[in-house]
Design a binder for this molecule. Structure first.
Ligand SMILES: [Zn+2]
Length: 385
């Protein structure tokens, strides 16, 4: 994508640069801390005593012990990451991006930890049940089970998981609803619903997304966006989200995830087999003291694939943007919504090339604006509906 010299994208403020630089460092520190904890458990051999402790607490019952082990592992991880989490909370306030009080934040953290424990617990119990019953081909069966869970969670997320943290309600603005129906009709498609996402209780940032699968498929728009953007700007955002829907981006990303986790489960099996059979580590394949190894393989793989996954995501975002340019009467509201979003979220409009390559799931805002202008130059007399 080329830069347009006439791009009205404003230069980034030192404040935005500083904020995003700190955020990136925090996220890297968090990742490395997690990897270091898993590696330390394995290399220093702390996982076995932790397993014995879990067995004792669960009175030698396998499934219960596995759950106790996971709970201790997640508690340890949370404890280690707590200083970073606290710093992140303070950071949002320091840059005037948060409305959330400490108590509400701490409660969200606790809920997030519990949700992680429940989801992780379900996955771990299933995986080790498969390992115990089919030790030879466990990774293939576990992968299939994982895919089933992935689809299930994608479907229930908007109705079960998101409401644990935020309130949602169907969009009440009739004029906006009419615009969406018109957009959908032109596309020959229909999204089941548009919901207002009560983000303002916690954040000053604005956001929008396409979520769910099948009958839970919906567009969510933050109240911070609905309150501060013109109808034309909101229509542009809606059109972008509709673009994700029309191009079937959610099923496509599930397929990609399926391919990646296939490699992940295969690699986890190879690593586990090597350590169990050649190095005599752990008390066998079903010894859940090896769980940090499975988690380490998964974390390393997702970290290494981050640039590739982000490149894939940026391509999908460009596709949704182009869809939006075609479906709205004029691209100007798209451009102004991008500028507003950048200001409100303290986003970097033009991050350095490598920062965008590694960290950004969306193209840089300056590039998205340039693409909109390019489109407007190529199709100057767009039909106004
Ligand atoms: Zn998007």
């Amino acid at each position: 994508m080329t830069f347009s010299a006439s791009s009205p994208a404003l230069p980034d403020t030192p404040e935005a640069r500083r904020y995003n630089r700190i955020r990136r460092r925090l996220s890297l520190a968090d990742t490395f801390l997690g990897l270091a904890l898993l590696a330390a458990l394995l290399v220093a051999g702390w996982s076995a005593p932790l397993r014995d402790l879990a067995y004792e607490a669960a009175r030698q019952r396998y499934s219960l012990a596995l759950f106790a082990y996971l709970a201790m592992l997640l508690a340890l991880g949370k404890l280690l990451a707590l200083p970073l989490d606290l710093y992140s909370f303070r950071l949002e306030h320091r840059f005037h991006l948060s409305n959330q009080r400490f108590g509400s934040w701490a409660w969200d953290e606790a809920k997030g930890w519990l949700v992680g424990l429940v989801l992780g617990g379900v996955l771990a119990e299933l995986v080790y049940w498969v390992i115990r019953n089919w030790p030879e081909h466990w990774w293939l069966i576990a992968w299939a089970v994982f895919l089933g869970l992935l689809v299930l969670f994608a479907q229930i997320a908007p109705v079960v998981l998101f409401p644990i943290f935020y309130k949602f309600q169907p969009l009440e603005n009739e004029a906006l609803k009419r615009r969406l129906v018109a957009l959908g009709e032109r596309a020959g498609t229909r999204v089941r619903g548009v919901y207002e996402w009560k983000l303002s209780e916690k954040s000053k940032k604005a956001n929008a997304a396409l979520t769910g699968l099948g009958n839970t498929r919906r567009i969510i728009l933050s109240d911070t966006l609905l309150e501060n953007y013109s109808e034309e700007e909101i229509e542009a955002v809606l059109a972008h989200e509709l673009g994700h829907h029309v191009h079937r981006h959610i099923p496509k990303s599930i397929l990609l995830e399926a391919a990646i986790t296939f490699v992940g489960f295969w690699a986890a099996n190879e690593a586990l087999r090597y350590l169990v059979e050649r190095r005599g580590m752990f008390q066998g394949m079903a010894d859940f003291a090896n769980l940090p190894l499975l988690a380490l393989v998964a974390s390393l793989l997702s970290f290494l694939l981050m640039p590739a996954l982000n490149a894939y995501s940026r391509q999908k975002e460009r596709e949704a943007d182009r869809y939006a340019f075609r479906s709205i009467p004029q691209v100007q509201p798209f451009i102004s919504s991008m500028n507003k979003l950048a200001d409100q979220n303290l986003a970097e409009r033009s991050p350095s090339r490598w920062v965008e390559w590694f960290f950004h799931s969306h193209p840089a805002i300056a590039k998205r604006i340039a693409a909109a202008e390019q489109y407007a130059r190529a199709y100057p007399q767009q039909v106004t509906s």
